[in-house]
Design a protein. Sequence first.
Length: 436
Amino acid sequence: MKGAAQSYHDLLDYCQSIYIIDCHDHAMHTGPKYTDPVQVVVGEYFHTDLASATSAEEAQLLLDDTVAWEKRWPILEKAWARTKHTGYAQVTRRVLRRFYEEDGLSFEALQRMQERLPDLSDVDAYDAVLEEAKILLRIEDVWPDTGEILAGTYTPTPRGKVVISLPDLHAIRSYASVQEIVAPLGRTVSTLDEYLNACREIFEGFKSYGAVAFKDQSAYTRALDYGNPTRAEAEAVFNWFMADPLRNASYPQQTRPLDDYLFNTFMRMARDMDLPVQIHTGHLAGLWGDIRGANAVQMADFFLRHRQTRFDLFHANWPYSGEALYLCKNFPNVMVDFCWTNMLDPIYCQNMYRQALSSVPHGKIFGFGSDLGAHGFYGHSGYPDRAWAHAQIARENIAIALSDMVEIGYLGLDEAKEVAYGWLFANPNAFYRLGL
Ligand SMILES: [Zn+2]
C-alpha cells in the first residue's frame, strides 16, 4: 500500500528503520515446518476468509495434510478467487512475494514453492525472520504449564515474554475445575478464601518468572458486561459445587455471580502487583461468533470501578472504533491496542489511526501485535513469516495515516515520526515496563 501524501515515503522509511514491540501473539512453538505449499497460503487467519468464501467441509479439507496438495488445489483456487483482497490475503500475498518470489497464486507457483519450503521450527531460522521484521520483543499469550513457570523451567519462543492467562481461573464451575487450577501448587482447596490465595500465589509465581501482564479473552465464552456482585453471592455458588464433586454450576444464572466476583478481585490483585491487564474486545476469531457481547463499551462501569488497574483494550474493538476511542479518551487507565487489527482490516486501522490522533492522547495507543498462533494449526507455530508481513502492513497503515495528517497541516513531519515511534515502540515499552 502507498499513501498519497508527500511525506509518505519519508514516514514509511522511518517506521521501517525502528525496532518495534509485538504487543500480542500466541507463539507456543517455533515453526511452522511447512510440508506443503497450501499451508503457506492458508496460514491461519486467512483460513477463516477461505472458509467464509466456500463451505465448512471444503475449508476443512484444505487443512487435511493427508490429502495431496494437488488434490486440494481446486478448492483453494475457487476460494482464492472469491477472497483474495482481504487484509488476511494481503499477508499471504506478501509472504509469497518475499519468501518465494511469487507475485500471484497459481498451480505452477505452488509447484515452485514446494521446492523451497522453509523449516521455521529451526530456532535460528525463526529468529532471523523476526530480526528482519525488526520485532524486538513479543508479548505472548501461550498458556504455559503453571508447574513449569513456578519451577522456572519454561522456555518461551525467541523474543517472547509471557502473560498470565485469566479466563479459566474465573470461569470455574465445579470441584474438578478448581482443583485442576491449584494442582501445580501441590494442594487442594475447599473455600473461596483458599482458592483466591492460591490464585494470588500462582500470579506471584508468574510475575517472578517474568510475566509482564494479565490477559483475558473471556469475550469468547461470555458477554463483557461484568457486574459487581457481592462476595456472599459468589461464595454461595462456590460452596454449592464444592459440596459435591459431581455438581456443575449452570451458565449463566449460577456462574455469573462467581465469575464476575472473581474477575473483579483479580483486577484488584493486578493493581496491587502493578501488572496491566490485556482484554480481548471486538471481533472474535473463527466464524459464527456473536460480536455483540464483545464490545468494550459494556465495560465502562468496570473501568470506572478499577481506576488504579491499567487496561489494554485489544483489537481496537473492531468494528466499534468510536466506542474504543471514547473509552480511551475518558478513562486514564484505558489504552487502545491495534494487535491483530492491522491485518484484520487495514483500512479500518488507517482511518482509526487518523481519528485517534485527533481524539485521544497519542501516548495511549499501541500500534502493533501480530496475534499469530492461536488457531493451533501446525502446532501453534509462531509464524515469523506472517508476523513479518503483518508488521509491514502495520508500518504502512501508520505511515499512510500519519502522512495524511501531515499533509493537511495537522502536525509536522518530525512530530509524526515521534507519534509513530510511540505507537510502535515507546508506548508499550513504558506501559509494560519492558525496560528496552
Ligand atoms: Zn490473540
